[in-house]
Design a protein around this ligand. Structure first.
Ligand code: HEC
Length: 411
């Protein structure tokens, strides 16, 4: 079952996952505060060989139910034991409560240990401290060219010239792999290397060749590249990806970067000529002018801001869309900062099919109303299907924590 479906069927699962994540992070902070675990690559190291596997629960709602049932049962056992203890001298009552506690513990639907626990690394709970920005993606691309392309290939599909000579074939990144793994586990793979199940080295570690910040930049690049490849191959951004942070000039406004545009819909246009573009109050319009174009101090009427980090921004968007030509491209990001729609027909109007980051089986979620234009319909579909991003079993965005990617980049 896809995570989308699981989340739709069992919305409580999001709370359970969040509780698991917070609980483990809290324990890690406590251990670090007590001086029982060192800092590795700038963040406290996870001291245990295993961690709870939220990502497995997402794929198997039955196990998640078992875990939720088990937690309720555990709480009940505690209450029963407490009552038995408070029961004082009433012996019968006490025994009755103790036996019930035992029965609850035995009969509770505990999930299987293999599903609940997965191997962890010291970096499993590390968070990427580098903002997801055009400059980080461009820098990551350069590290990738230097160190990774020989095995992982120019598109990240695992078909580099050295791939066949490895102990195992490098995986393709053009799938859910990078989204299923926690950031920290990916960082660990890049810095420490990987071994096969039999203990044979399968990928070298790059801790000597890359600083910690460069390693994080690489992970941003890998996801941007994978998003573009997914879009090219399947026509959709099946895995959510954020509009990267970029430097802006917005006459008459205090905004200096994309991350300052909190909670607004954003339209990013790469068109050569924006004179024909109509102003639209429902979104902010950012213009990424073509290479070498000087932009006058006063912007065209439909444009709110111009992107000033031109070369890096163009490079980052080429990776994100998997296409070299940006002159025909417009992108739409939702209020939470997720890239949702792409129109590569120049200044032409939008169609609902342009919503390329949507729920897997949303179909025609929004009843069509012929009086509405297609952009209005697109915006309504977009708003009615907010991204609930669950990565490596941890929550990013979703109910109550909307605004995740841009807010995170800002914090
Ligand atoms: C010498 C070949 C080689 C080079 C160079 C290489 N890799 Fe790998 N990589 C592999 C192989 C082989 C695997 C699969 C290993 C396995 O599954 O045991 C892999 C797996 C991975 C994975 C998946 C980890 C996971 O959790 O499944 C990531 C991410 C990755 N590589 C990133 C990189 C990055 C980033 C670089 C450049 C800094 C790089 N690799 C350089 C061969 C290579």
């Amino acid at each position: 079952m896809s995570p989308d479906r699981v989340v739709q069927e069992a919305p409580w699962l999001l709370w359970l996952l969040e509780a698991m994540q917070r609980g483990q992070e809290g324990l890690l902070r406590l251990w670090h505060a007590l001086g029982w675990t060192p800092v590795v690559d700038g963040q406290p190291a996870w001291p245990w060989a295993q961690r709870l596997a939220g990502e497995h629960l997402l794929l198997d709602v039955g196990q998640a139910r078992a875990l939720a049932g088990g937690l309720v049962a555990a709480a009940l056992v505690v209450v029963l034991l407490l009552l038995a203890w408070l029961g004082g001298r009433r012996r019968r009552l006490r025994w009755g409560l103790l036996v019930s506690a035992g029965l609850v513990a035995v009969l509770a639907p505990w999930p299987s240990a293999q599903v609940l626990w997965v191997p962890a690394s010291p970096r499993s709970f590390h968070h990427n401290p580098v903002p997801f920005s055009d400059t980080a993606i461009a820098a990551g691309a350069a590290h990738y060219q230097r160190l990774c392309v020989a095995c992982h290939g120019t598109t990240g599909n695992g078909q580099g010239p050295l791939a066949a000579r490895q102990a195992v074939w490098p995986p393709s990144f053009t799938g859910p792999l990078l989204w299923r793994r926690a950031d920290g586990d990916l960082l660990h793979a890049v810095r420490q290397g990987l071994t096969t199940a039999g203990g044979q080295p399968s990928m070298p570690g790059f801790a000597e060749q890359l600083t910690v910040a460069q390693s994080w930049e690489l992970l941003h690049f890998l996801r941007a590249q994978a998003a573009g490849q997914l879009l090219q191959l399947s026509g959709s951004w099946a895995m959510p990806v954020a509009l990267p942070d970029m430097a802006l000039r917005c006459p008459g406004q205090p905004w200096q970067r994309v991350r300052d545009l909190q909670r607004q819909r954003v339209r990013l246009v790469g068109l050569e000529d924006v004179q024909g573009l109509l102003p639209d109050p429902r979104m902010l319009t950012l213009w990424l002018p073509p290479e070498g174009r000087a932009v006058a101090a006063t912007l065209p009427a439909a444009v709110d801001c111009v992107v000033t980090s031109g070369p890096e921004a163009r490079q980052a968007l080429r990776w994100l869309t998997g296409s070299a030509a940006l002159q025909q491209t417009q992108l739409l990001a939702d209020r939470s900062g997720w890239l949702r729609a792409r129109n590569d027909r120049g200044a032409d109007s939008w169609s609902e099919g342009d919503l390329v980051c949507r729920l897997a089986d949303a179909g025609a979620a929004v009843p069509s109303n012929t009086a509405e234009d297609s952009l209005t319909r697109l915006l309504r579909s977009m708003d009615s299907q907010p991204v609930v991003y669950v990565k490596g079993g941890s929550l990013h965005g979703g109910a109550g924590r909307r605004g995740a990617p841009r807010d995170q980049a800002a914090s």
